[in-house]
Design a protein around this ligand. Sequence first.
Ligand code: AMP
Ligand code: GLY
Length: 429
Amino acid sequence: MKILVVGSGGREDATVLKLAESPEVEEIICAPGSHAIGLRRIISNGRPVRVISGIQPTDAKIMADYAKEARMDLVVPGHESCLEADLGDWCRAYGIPFAGPCSRGARLETSKAFQFQFLMDNGIPSPLGKICETVTSAKAFANMHWNGVVVKADGMARGKGVKLCENTEEAYAAIEKLMIHRECGRAGDRLVMQEFLRERTEVSLHVITDAASAFLLETIRDYKREGVGDTGENTGGIGGYSPGPELKEETLFKIREHLLGPWRRGCKSEGIVYRGILYPGLMLVGEVGFRVLEFNARLGDPETQIFLRRFTGDLAKLLYASATDALDESMLSWNPEPSVGVVLCSEGYPRVPKIGREILGLDDAAKVPGVKIFHSGTRKDGNRWFTTDGRILTVTALGSNARARAYEAISLIHCEGAWFRPDIAEHLK
Ligand code: AMP
Ligand code: GLY
C-alpha cells in the first residue's frame, strides 16, 4: 500500500511510525512532513519515509492532484485544516480512499456553532449554552451564569478560541476580545456561550467509523491547562495517559445510546456520510453521566502519540478499511499496559512561544527503556535540533512504569526555557 499522510506534527510523526510497522505498507509520503518524520523508515523494506515540504495541508486540490499522480492507495488526514479545505471531497472525487470525513462532516469540528446546534438537535448530552451573534446577547448569557461561562469562537482558532471565564468580568473581557478586537479574526463572528462545567475528569474518546459502523478506540486523558492541578490557560494538550479514566459499563452504554446512535442519525439527516475518526471530548459528570464538550473530526494531538503506543493491530489496514467501508471490530487490539506522554513546551507557550532554541539530550532520552519521542515543533540543522513551535516534543513511555520512564526521559532533554507539566498521570506514581 502507498500512503500519503497529511500534516507535520507529533500526531503525524506517531501515525507515520505506526503505519511504517505494517507489512502491507511499501511507501509512505508525508506532506509537508518534518525533518523528524523524514528520518522514519518502513519496517518491511527499510525505505525512508518521503517528505514533501512544499505542499501545505490547506492546498487541498494540489495535495489531491499529487495523490492521484503518485497513485496513492490511501490518504490519511492529520490536521483539521486539510479537512476544512475540502481534501476529503477532492480525494473522493478522484476515487482515492480517504480516512476522514468530507468538509460537511468536518464542520462538526470546524464550526462550534454547527457543532452546538447538532448536539442540541440530536439530543446529545452537552453543556447548556447558546449561539450568540452579537456582543449584547453574549453578555446577556454571561449575566445569567454567575458561576462562570465558557466562551467559544465559532471558527478555527488554533486552540485560542475557547476562554474559560470564572466570572462575568472575565466573560465580558473574553467576548470583547473575540467579537470586538477580533483576537481570532473572523472566527469571532459568532460565539457559542456555555455554562462552565466544574467537574474535572475529561476523556478523549476516539471512534473509528465507516459509512455503516463505528467502533470505540481506547480512551485517553489529555491535560489541557498549562498549570499544575489544571490551572492557568488552555493549551492544545500537553500530556496524557491511556487507558484514560475508567468508563463504567453504564457510561459505555450511555455513550452508545445517547452519543453514537444520535450522532449517526444526525449525520444521516444532514446528508453526511462520515468516515475516519470522530473524536468527542467528554466531561464525565455524576456517577455515570457525560457531556460532550466538543467534537473533533481527526485524531487528537498529543492523544495519538500516547494511545497508538498501545495499539497492536495494523493501522494501515484499519484506516484503509474505514476509508472503504470495510471496518471490522477484529481489527482493533491493544496492549493492556499503560502509556504516558509528557509534552515539552517552549518558554512562553501557550501565549507567545520563544522558538529557535537548541534541543540537547535527545539521544540519551530515547535510550530510556520503553520510551519513544515524537517531534511536533522541531527542525534539524546538520546534527543539531532546534525548536520551531510552542509544543516541541511528546515524550511517551509504555509499560508498567511508564510514568517514571517518561519523566526520566524528558528530564534528560535540555532546551533553554522549555517546560513541562510535572503532574501528568499522578495515579500511576
Ligand atoms: P473545546 O475546544 O470546546 O473542547 O474546549 C477546549 C477545552 O476547554 C476542553 O477540553 C475543556 O477542558 C474546556 N471546556 C470546554 N467547554 C467547557 C465547558 N462547558 N465547561 C468546562 N470546561 C470546558
Ligand atoms: N489534544 C486536543 C486535540 O487534539 O484537540
